[in-house]
Design a protein around this ligand. Structure first.
Ligand SMILES: Nc1ncnc2c1ncn2[C@@H]1O[C@H](COP(=O)(O)OP(=O)(O)OP(=O)(O)O)[C@@H](O)[C@H]1O
Length: 358
């Protein structure tokens, strides 16, 4: 079942939560809606489910107009961040619920429901726990029950709203891999809301990056990370810091001096050079065009991160260093850049570059 969303608008009073969103979701695809808090992810998911009525636009399930259908008719499976399991029902009955409440004509026989529930318990690796109540399960187990319950109705589309948001980091990571494996096994068209970029990049076939009710970019994890189309996507996905520059005939001038990053394919005028911490290397301060003072050093997983203050405006540039790098706070260092992105003040189009020594 593929999904087409066309020019969707949803306002809350004067506030446009969705501002003309268009998105094609392919059958069997796992797509992540990624964006900061308030960017419209949940509103878009709820509009697909039929829980929000948009002011304008179109939602097609295959070739059928979904907006003229009720929530029930759309037959979507929904999993929320805060497990909405029925507390007074055992795991088995929670999973069976969606099948049991169907009208008589569509309701399977109880033996068939039991078979389906057992298959799902197996799929979500909870066999043996069917007689427990939700209160007797861990958070991760409850979310797996919620997923089994959503899958029981054989939904046309599976919608997941930060399903692991309330869980601790280790459990989140495990469930992420587990969800991907289940998706590969069942092949449901799945829309997954998250504000966690690692989760989106690791899990999804494609990522739609939302900002202020608009989609800024849709692409594979590699597309959005390596080829961000807007400064927002560059800054939101992956770490980066930036320097104010002036572009003059393809050269980037930082406080009047040319940066040794080669030609910048960007219009003349004020601009910013954005740099990822892993693209910053330390150099001899007497030879480097950009130099500054280390104002902070901290351990970050397998690396060390250094904050370097550069120029008269004391712009902050972050560098990712090997833990053995022998530097200390207060030290003067030079900086070289292996890669960068330049965005004119008027933010399109982006120009990504590989820095070359001048
Ligand atoms: N029922 C409502 N009434 C008024 N404003 C709302 C309502 N629901 C959402 N909004 C506003 O619409 C915007 C988008 O909300 P939405 O929940 O879709 O964002 P989100 O990207 O899912 O955020 P989060 O990651 O925090 O859940 C927000 O600014 C929010 O305050």
């Amino acid at each position: 079942m593929d999904l087409k969303i066309r020019d969707l608008h949803k306002d809350y009073g004067q506030f446009p939560a969705l501002n003309g969103v268009s998105l094609d979701i392919r059958s069997g695809e796992l797509i992540a809606l990624l964006g900061p808090s308030g960017s419209g992810k949940t509103t878009l998911l709820r509009a697909i489910a039929g829980l929000e009525i948009p002011e304008r636009g179109q939602i097609l399930f295959g070739d059928e107009d979904a907006l003229s259908k009720s929530v029930q008719e759309r037959n979507v499976g929904f999993v929320f961040q805060h497990y909405a399991l029925f507390r007074h029902m055992k795991v088995f009955d929670n999973i069976a619920f969606g099948l049991r409440v169907r009208g008589r004509a569509r309701r399977p026989a109880e033996a068939e429901i039991a078979k389906k529930v057992r298959e799902l318990l197996d799929l979500v690796q909870l066999s043996g726990l069917e007689a427990r109540y939700p209160a007797q399960l861990s958070g991760g187990q409850r979310q797996r029950v919620a997923l089994a319950r959503a899958l029981a109705i054989e939904p046309q589309v599976l919608l997941l709203d930060e399903p692991f948001g309330a869980l601790d980091a280790q459990v989140r990571k495990e469930l992420r891999r587990w969800l991907r494996a289940i998706h590969d096994e069942t092949g449901h068209t799945t829309v997954f809301v998250t504000h966690d970029q690692d989760e989106a990049l690791e899990l999804a076939d494609r990522v739609a990056v939302l900002n202020k009710g608009n989609i800024e970019q849709v692409g594979t994890p590699d597309d959005v990370y390596d080829r961000p189309e807007t400064p927002f996507v560059y800054a939101f996905i992956g770490d980066s810091t930036s320097l104010p520059v002036t572009i003059e005939q393809g050269r980037a001038l930082f406080e009047g001096s040319p940066l040794p990053i080669g030609a910048v394919d960007s219009p003349d005028g004020p601009s910013r050079i954005h740099i990822r911490p892993q693209d910053v290397t330390l150099a001899n301060p007497d030879d480097a065009a950009v130099h500054g003072e280390i104002i902070g050093l901290r351990r970050s997983g397998a690396h060390r991160r250094a904050d370097v203050c550069v120029g008269k405006a004391r712009s902050r540039i972050e560098a990712l260093l090997s833990p053995e790098t022998d530097v200390s706070v207060g030290e003067r260092v030079g900086l070289a850049f292996k890669g960068f992105a330049a965005y004119p003040q008027d933010p399109t189009p982006p120009k990504l570059g590989l820095a070359r020594a001048a």
